[in-house]
Write a protein that binds this ligand. Structure first.
Ligand SMILES: *[C@@H]1O[C@H](CO)[C@@H](O)[C@H](O)[C@H]1NC(C)=O
Ligand SMILES: *[C@@H]1O[C@H](CO)[C@@H](O)[C@H](O)[C@H]1NC(C)=O
Ligand SMILES: *[C@@H]1O[C@H](CO)[C@@H](O)[C@H](O)[C@H]1NC(C)=O
Ligand SMILES: *[C@@H]1O[C@H](CO)[C@@H](O)[C@H](O)[C@H]1NC(C)=O
Ligand SMILES: *[C@@H]1O[C@H](CO)[C@@H](O)[C@H](O)[C@H]1NC(C)=O
Ligand SMILES: *[C@@H]1O[C@H](CO)[C@@H](O)[C@H](O)[C@H]1NC(C)=O
Ligand SMILES: *[C@@H]1O[C@H](CO)[C@@H](O)[C@H](O)[C@H]1NC(C)=O
Ligand SMILES: *[C@@H]1O[C@H](CO)[C@@H](O)[C@H](O)[C@H]1NC(C)=O
Ligand SMILES: [Zn+2]
Length: 490
């Protein structure tokens, strides 16, 4: 009898789920203002509660929840599942990114259920976090059909959210005191992202914009210099008229490159190539001077600014974030949303797959316990990153030979050579062939060896530059020799 009741309620539940499903399809005929978006996300994640979860990372100035959906079919306890994120509408008047994120959410779930093998692989092995609208107060003020920057770009305090993140270089240039910004307070939208990044070990990220069509990679900041400071340094003046009189092309900018430029270029150009127009060097209307070779640019080489979210992601967390500009018009007519979705669909899926190349593994001590907060770096990339709270690590790398190094107070420096294999097949799913699984085992320092604990350097838990022991002259030379020998013999 109890079995019968269970069976009946199970059948009823199934029927209820089937009946609910039509209501779960999102409507895409129009833009989603905040209330509509919230309702759609709540309904959708209720129906697909077995694959998605809706959560909030904080509130906007006016108290709207900054909603994120995470999608994965990997069990929460499974180790080694990389986290990626996509953020839309950081500028309130650029809503195409938001709409594309909502479509992507539905697409991933529907195709998973339909049995698409690429999507199945992705959701079974990745945790994807989608934040459609980081600036809900601004986006409510933006005007549909307005192609130029304007109302609603900034948040309600009239701050550009993509200029408010801590600037690693700026804060560290104590030799130029005027550079240190007066302790400007951080708006809640930006603080929410900072807290989010402190709690989830993101490996890769996208921020979606409108107003151009290009994939831009860090740095955006010219090592902490403001555009004016840069002009003064380059030309001895910030007077644009004077500069143009001395016949210097003011628009020509230097790139500011990270040690991961090979990876960033791969990610950006793969995206641009799979987008039907991004790679075509077709300037947006009214923007005829700007041409992006292959649809890709370094941020600072385009125009530099301080306080951007992408630089923050990379320098403070080692997270590889691209800035994607995906429509010439900032706020096009709703009838254009489907075109933009189709243009970005394959590029987005391919980008998601790229998180499964490079190296990943666990950081263990000699007893096999996992270690959190271990600082990891690759020769000669002097930007390090941390193992997760569960002792996992990930790094997207191009095929090749690297030296991986790990350090933590109380442990001996770990160093080993790794080889990221080439993938032989050209299909997009082949990134996996280029994934190396590699565990790092740390050996604790015996007390009699050190004598005095206070000698070891404290580790403050953020990504660190230059402080990497890889930079010490004792290692660099032998490594160069080794690398040379290895290359020669392979
Ligand atoms: C959400 O679900 C409720 C209850 O089923 C329904 O009344 C409402 O129309 C749905 N909202 C949207 C935007 O689909
Ligand atoms: C989640 O539930 C849907 C039915 O609502 C089902 O089709 C799908 O396969 C389930 N997903 C997983 C990962 O079990
Ligand atoms: C994401 O989803 C899983 C369940 O699928 C949940 O356990 C986890 O706490 C969620 N949130 C984050 C931030 O990952
Ligand atoms: C300055 O650089 C150090 C590493 O050299 C880093 O730990 C610190 O977070 C940076 N400070 C700021 C405010 O960015
Ligand atoms: C890495 O080291 C080089 C050489 O010391 C330095 O020029 C560069 O600024 C460093 N990178 C970063 C991100 O600080
Ligand atoms: C890494 O360690 C885990 C846990 O000990 C183990 O299951 C896994 O097989 C190891 N992976 C490799 C590549 O050695
Ligand atoms: C360790 O070094 C600190 C500071 O240099 C000193 O005060 C302390 O006495 C030393 N302890 C031992 C055990 O040598
Ligand atoms: C790792 O560092 C973070 C930030 O400093 C800290 O909150 C956390 O407790 C540390 N975790 C472990 C296991 O040491
Ligand atoms: Zn923008």
């Amino acid at each position: 009898m109890a079995n019968m009741t269970a069976l009946v309620s199970c059948v009823l539940l199934q029927i209820a789920l089937v009946l609910l499903r039509p209501a779960a399809g999102m409507s895409f005929g129009r833009y989603h203002n905040y209330d509509l978006m919230r309702e759609e996300l709540e309904n959708f994640t209720r129906v697909y509660a077995n694959m998605t979860e809706l959560y909030s990372i904080g509130k906007s100035v006016l108290g709207k929840d900054l909603l994120v959906v995470n999608i994965s079919t990997a069990p929460v306890h499974q180790l080694g599942v990389p986290n990626v994120k996509i953020v839309g509408n950081i500028h309130g008047d650029e809503p195409i990114g938001r709409e594309i994120i909502l479509r992507l959410l539905e697409y991933l779930v529907v195709e998973y259920i339909r049995g698409d093998s690429n999507i199945r692989f992705l959701l079974d092995n990745t945790r994807i976090h989608l934040l459609p609208n980081l600036n809900p107060d601004g986006s409510e003020l933006a005007v549909e059909g307005n192609c130029r920057s304007g109302r609603g770009r900034n948040n309600i305090n009239n701050h550009d959210l993509n200029r408010q993140f801590p600037d690693y270089f700026r804060h560290n240039r104590s030799n130029i005191p005027t550079l240190v910004s007066t302790s400007q307070s951080i708006d809640p939208e930006v603080q929410a992202v900072i807290d989010w990044m402190n709690s989830v070990p993101f490996v890769m990220s996208l921020q979606l914009h409108g107003g151009n069509v290009v994939a831009s990679y860090p740095y955006d900041s010219f090592y902490g210099e403001s555009p004016n400071e840069r002009l003064i340094r380059q030309y001895g003046t910030d007077d644009v008229e004077k500069i143009s009189k001395i016949k210097v092309k003011v628009t020509k900018k230097e790139p500011a490159l990270t040690p991961d430029t090979d990876v960033f270029l791969h990610l950006a150009s793969t995206y641009a190539r799979l987008h039907p127009t991004m790679h075509m060097k077709r300037p947006c209307p009214g923007n005829t001077v700007l041409e992006f070779e292959n649809g890709v640019t370094n941020g600072a080489a385009w125009y530099s600014f301080s306080g951007g979210m992408a630089d923050y992601n990379y320098l403070y967390h080692g997270c590889l974030e691209l800035t994607l500009e995906i429509s010439c018009c900032r706020y096009p007519a709703p009838s254009e949303i489907p075109i933009h979705w189709r243009s970005n669909q394959n590029a987005l899926i391919s980008w998601l797959q790229q998180v499964h190349r490079g190296v990943k593994g666990l950081v263990l001590d000699e007893t096999g316990s996992r270690l959190a907060n271990v600082s990891i770096s690759l020769a000669y990339k002097n930007v390090s990153f941390m193992s997760s709270q569960r002792g996992e690590y990930w790094r997207v790398l191009m095929p090749g030979v690297y030296f991986i190094e790990a350090s933590k107070e109380g442990y001996e420096l770990f160093r080993d050579r790794i080889k990221i294999p080439e993938s032989t097949s050209p299909v997009v799913g082949a990134v996996l062939e280029s994934l190396l699984e590699f565990n790092i085992t740390m050996t604790s320092i015996q007390n009699d060896k050190v004598g005095n604990d206070s000698e070891s350097k404290p580790n403050n838990g953020v990504a660190t530059l230059n402080s990497s022991p890889m930079c010490t002259k004792y290692f660099i030379l032998p490594l160069i020799v080794l690398l040379f020998v290895v290359n020669k013999t392979m």
